[in-house]
Design a protein around this ligand. Structure first.
Ligand code: 5GP
Length: 203
């Protein structure tokens, strides 16, 4: 057991498959917890409030920011998205691996607040594949798809700042690689100072 939980930011362009990878990962690992974000964007078909997101209006979101209830937030494609603070702090205290599925600006803000955060970027095999996936899911109109593809190029440029890049060729491979990252992070000496003192003091 590491000294405390591990915070992970998980980013990648819209349509790169983050949700699918996370859904499979949590089936394999009960030490992980996915943070539920708050957003002002409209509910997509099949999404549930309190499961995929907390869907709120701008006014509610802004009040939450002013009462210091958000760990980070960002504007993305005209909507606000953010991470409620309290559940993340609690899960970290309980030793969990807490995963924030957030876009790059949010991940940068978290890095400033939590220097030992682990950042993972899910890379589509190509922009062509990304475009096919975005069109294939039929949840966005043409204008939104094009906007998301423009943002995607910018996000991919920034991926070199991340600790890990996972190319999402198949969901199975990506889940396996993500799980390996978590295992490696748990073994890091900097996260296991308690063990060192316990062994030295013969506890
Ligand atoms: P979508 O509308 O496709 O669900 O999400 C759009 C983008 O917002 C994705 O890149 C997603 O990772 C990001 N996002 C979701 N929740 C948060 C959050 O709490 N904070 C930030 N900064 N980005 C988020």
């Amino acid at each position: 057991m590491t000294d405390k939980g591990i915070l992970i930011t998980f980013s990648g362009p819209s349509g790169s498959g983050k949700d699918t990878v996370l859904n499979e990962l949590i089936k394999k690992r009960d030490d992980t917890k996915i943070s539920i974000s708050m957003t002002t964007r409209e509910v997509r078909e099949g999404e549930k409030d309190g499961v995929h997101y907390y869907f709120v209006d701008r006014d509610f979101f802004e009040k939450k920011i002013s009462s210091d209830g958000m760990l980070e937030y960002a504007e993305y494609a005209g909507n606000l998205y953010g991470t409620p603070k309290e559940p993340v702090d609690e899960a970290l205290k309980a030793g969990k691996v807490v995963i924030l599925e957030i876009e790059v600006q949010g991940a940068e803000k978290i890095k400033q607040k939590y220097p030992d955060v682990v950042s993972v970027f899910l890379m589509p095999p190509s922009l062509r594949v990304l475009e096919e996936r975005l069109r294939g899911r039929k949840t966005e109109d043409e204008e939104t798809i094009n906007h998301r593809l423009v943002i995607a190029r910018e996000e991919i440029r920034k991926s070199s700042d991340y600790d890990y890049i996972v190319v999402n060729d198949t969901v199975e491979n990506s889940v396996e690689k993500f799980s390996m990252i978590i295992d490696a992070e748990r073994l890091k000496a900097s996260r296991n100072k308690k063990i060192i003192s316990e062994v030295i003091n013969n506890v």
